[in-house]
Design a protein around this ligand. Structure first.
Ligand code: BGC
Length: 922
């Protein structure tokens, strides 16, 4: 389970490069950055030591070999660190260790207590240093949205005092933001201290190489070339989703397609502090448009714009991002003033060096979705007739018009690009934003219009499209017969019994003993019967920013999604994820549970760090790059969370009430790109409902759009312990309604307990539904076919899988047997993490654990079970609302003798009650 050294080294190099390229310099007055060689620097803020490498939750739990903080990074550079200040911090940190909130799920606080800064301390630091660096750290994550409070979105009083004192004393101050997502920046405008800050750089959270990458930027070994993929508004309540964000039961997407800069530039550009696409460099660039043409010869029409970019600086090499925006006619549908339709990044240009960048945009990409036929045909993507303008720029506000034959506008005739069918519309009334009258400055009045509601008969749609049952063959075959082309897949599927089909739609986990220890799930042949047919068991692991293996095995942690997309460097991220794919392959992980790719609708979403942007094109481009990169290593990505997982609070229940247009143009667009361009083979549905249907049982989402329209031919899985409701009538959601899951086109329920799939330990209704006709055998066969088709393309199919369960062999130790317990009774772990046992009868024992977690069912907890310091298994559960549950764990082979049993890294939210060693028949 080790990877080749060369991939590891390459992976780390690319990871550092991505973290550096993702850093966004938003202010650099008097060119305080980069720090000149031998600059004397004083670094303030504890996060220089406790440098965050990621957000929290499943997307952040990577067990790394090492992690480089900012001090480590700067120490290796040619600058002089103020040692006295560093020691003061180190001493203080001894009594103020990192607070992880107890280690439980979503317990880690958003920020860490700061050391109080006194005028005397700053004055003393100033005696030896010329430049002050102030590091501000923040985190957030799964089940832990940011809050509009000091210490989360806002600065704390301590941080303000620190910035105030430092900027009064130092006349060169750099702020380093080690954060998972944009934070409030309005303080930068404050005359008290904000205006005195010279430089600000968002270094985000750069994975395990974060401190090295941030240092590369600070000293100018790398020139910043990152650009914001979100708009930074003056105030949080300026964001168009602010009014509805965070709701418990409903989240009305009133802003419709006017998300991020689409909203600000259309209605209120004055509310923007730092625009979408913005980021400074240490050098300067000039760009001129060389040519602009609509090419009509290709399979479809293509806009081609070539831009000459020159590094006009004298000292630093650097890269520039060229962005192409469209200004479409308002027409009948209404449009944002600007929409990003293409971008490209230069290579590293030396001073004076030039590169010609070409942008190609298929004309279909300019289309808008017409729900009700205002332009002629309903449910179609159309180009509304009128004058289209295009702009090239380095952010959405710094743009130049593109001239086509010396004209700034291109007339496009009314064209229907794609005829689709109505899907996933709201079933309750909703008003949405729309541009009204045009104002003199080119912006629009904000008006509202009713959103078109569902008009189709979902029951009829589903029932007329049910698949046909595959007949059973007379002979028994194995999957290898399909691989050898002796039989076709249908013949293989036809022989599977209802029980077997019901088993295959259940994934097991977490930490299934069948697959790589400590990973998220095992799926496929999770039942003896299926294994005998040669159906392998594939392994999934979180994702997205590194392999999550709760077994203690190390893996590489890459920068968070925020940083990856801020690079605007698609090729780099694709190459990075090929390394990730190789690491997956080497660890026998077949599917990564990532990329996370929900739209960053609002800055408070805790999982924004896993996602890419407020913009669908940026989101889709990076998701496709991650997917392609991973595929190059022979493994697969899983696009998540499909769709609208745009807040963590109440994520299990909050209904996204959203128009079909906003879904298709904004929230689903990125997924479409990753499916069509990235060729993704796996998708994870979200926890939340969308227009009354939980995503895991959303027929239109999964079947009408994803499968039928986009041609997706892979598997769809639920999120872990997700709920489903009636795929026709909606209503109450339950974790057991797998009939609606399968009927909607969602193939795998993630997850039931280990060893629980073939005994239906979760009590789902799959088999019962075949009896009451709410599901057909043909639908189950269809799901099984998709699962098996994917399995056959994964490394697991070629790997020799040990099908029989092997007991973990542990040898006894020379412990004193006095005080060691016998195995007759369950061992009580309620008040201890360690017990010693005396084994009298050598043989194989099944371990049964009883446990509970007081948290609710989406919280995850884990610990490692060690016997004589040897890793045996990971005990992992979701929250049980304090109910004590039983889990079957691995088998162990024990000799006569004494053993010490320990629970390692157990957080406060996992309560192990007992461990029982049941002797198995010998
Ligand atoms: C998260 C998913 C993750 C899964 C497995 C869920 O709680 O929402 O993103 O992949 O757990 O860890």
């Amino acid at each position: 389970m080790t990877q080749s050294i060369s991939n590891q080294e390459h992976f780390i190099t690319l990871s550092r490069q991505a973290a550096a390229e993702g850093a966004v310099l938003i202010k650099n007055d008097a060119n305080v950055l980069p720090l000149k060689p031998q600059t004397k620097i004083a670094v303030f803020g504890r996060s220089q030591f406790d440098f965050y490498r990621s957000g929290t939750g499943s997307g952040g739990s990577v067990n790394v070999r090492y992690s480089v903080n900012l001090v480590d990074g700067l120490t290796k550079k040619n600058v002089i660190l103020n040692e006295r200040l560093k020691e003061t911090y180190e001493k203080w940190l001894q009594d103020h260790p990192f607070d992880n909130g107890g280690g439980g799920w979503a317990m880690e606080p958003w920020f860490q207590e700061e050391m109080s800064i006194t005028p005397a301390l700053v004055a003393e630091a100033k005696l030896e240093s010329d430049v002050a660096i102030v590091v501000i750290g923040r985190t957030a994550g799964e089940d832990k949205d940011n809050l509009d409070q000091p210490g989360s979105y806002q600065l704390t009083k301590d941080e303000e005092t620190m910035l105030d004192l430092v900027s009064q004393t130092f006349d060169q101050v750099v702020v380093v933001l080690n954060v998972s997502n944009i934070i409030d920046m309005s303080w930068l405008e404050l005359s008290s201290f904000g205006e005195r800050i010279n430089s600000v750089v968002y270094v985000w959270q750069g994975g395990m190489e974060g401190g090295n990458a941030a240092s590369d930027i600070l000293v100018g070994d790398e020139t910043p070339s990152g650009k914001l993929t979100d708009t930074i508004a003056y105030r949080l309540h300026d964001y168009p989703a602010a009014k509805n964000y965070g709701g418990e039961e409903k989240n009305h997407y009133e802003e419709d397609i006017y998300v991020g800069y689409r909203y600000f530039e259309t209605f209120c550009p004055e509310n923007v502090l730092f625009p979408f696409g913005y980021g400074l460099s240490y050098t300067t660039f000039d760009y001129t448009i060389q040519s602009a043409e609509i090419k009509r010869n290709c399979p479809s029409e293509l806009i081609e714009v070539t831009v000459k970019v020159t590094n006009t600086g004298a000292t630093y090499s650097g890269k520039e991002v060229i962005q192409l925006y469209m200004e479409a006619p308002q027409g009948q549908l209404g449009k944002p003033v600007y929409s990003l339709i293409g971008f490209n990044k230069t290579k590293k240009l030396a001073p004076g060096e030039t590169e010609i960048i070409t942008l190609h945009v298929p004309i279909e990409q300019l289309a808008s979705y017409d729900e009700v036929g205002l332009t002629g045909e309903k449910a179609s993507f159309v180009l509304e007739e009128g004058e289209y303008r295009f702009h090239i720029g380095t952010d959405v506000k710094t743009i130049k018009p593109v001239l086509f034959n010396e004209k700034s506008e291109v007339f496009i005739k009314h064209t229907v690009i794609d005829r689709l069918e109505e899907a996933a519309r709201p079933v309750e009334a909703l008003m949405r934003m729309k541009p009204g009258e045009k104002r003199g400055d080119g912006t629009y009045q904000l008006v509202y219009e009713p959103v078109p509601m569902r008009t189709i008969d979902l029951d009829e749609r589903i029932n007329t499209r049910l698949p046909k049952e595959i007949a059973a063959p007379k002979t028994r075959y194995t999957l290898q017969d399909v691989a050898n082309a002796q039989i076709d897949m249908d013949t293989f599927i036809g022989q599977l019994t209802n029980d077997q089909l019901a088993t295959i739609v259940r994934g097991e986990g977490m930490s299934s003993p069948y697959v790589t220890p400590g990973t998220a799930s095992a799926f496929g042949g999770v039942g003896d019967d299926l294994l005998h047919y040669g159906v392998p068991i594939a392994c999934t692991a979180d994702g997205p920013s590194g392999l999550r293996m709760e077994s203690g095995v190390h893996s590489t942690q890459v920068p968070i999604g925020t940083a990856l997309s801020a690079t605007w460097n698609i090729d780099l991220i694709e190459a990075l994820y090929t390394c990730e794919g190789i690491e997956m392959y080497d660890n026998q992980v077949d599917l990564l549970l990532g990329p996370g790719m929900n739209i960053r609708r609002h800055p408070l979403n805790g999982r924004n760090f896993e996602y890419f942007s407020e913009d669908p094109l940026v989101t889709g481009a990076f998701a496709a790059a991650v997917t392609k990169g991973i595929k190059k290593a022979g493994v697969e990505a899983t696009l998540k969370h499909f769709a609208c997982n745009n807040q963590e609070k109440h994520r299990h229940n909050v209904d996204a009430v959203v128009s079909e247009r906003a879904l298709r143009e904004i929230y689903l667009k990125g997924f479409e790109m990753a499916v069509k361009d990235g060729q993704a083979r796996a998708v994870m549905t979200a926890y939340n409902p969308i227009n009354g249907h939980w995503a895991a049982s959303h027929y239109d989402l999964v079947t009408t759009i994803l499968r039928r329209e986009w041609g997706f031919n892979g598997i769809v899985m639920t999120d872990w312990w997700a709920k489903m409701n009636d795929c026709v009538t909606g209503g109450e959601a339950k974790t057991t309604q797998t009939n609606h899951m399968v009927r909607s086109g969602n193939d795998v329920y993630m997850v039931v307990n280990n060893y629980g799939a073939d005994i239906n330990s979760a009590g789902d209704n799959t088999l019962q539904s075949l009896e009451d006709n709410t599901l057909t055998r043909a639908e189950l066969q269809q799901a099984a076919k998709r699962i098996i088709q994917l399995l056959m393309t994964l490394p697991v199919f070629k790997r020799k899988q040990t099908i029989t369960e092997q007991a973990v062999i542990v040898t006894p130790q020379e412990h004193e047997s006095i005080g060691a317990k016998s195995l007759d009774l369950p061992l009580d772990f309620q008040t201890t993490n360690e017990q010693r046992i005396q084994v009298e009868a050598p043989g194989e024992y099944r371990i049964i654990v009883t446990l509970m977690s007081p948290q609710s069912n989406l919280a995850q907890s884990a610990c490692r079970l060690m016997i004589n310091n040897q890793y045996v298994t990971t005990i992992q559960t979701n929250g049980t609302d304090s109910h004590v549950i039983k889990q079957k764990l691995v088998k162990v082979a024990l000799d006569k003798g004494t053993y010490s049993i320990t629970l390692q890294d157990k957080g406060e939210m996992l309560h192990i009650h007992t461990l029982q060693f049941q002797r198995l028949n010998q």
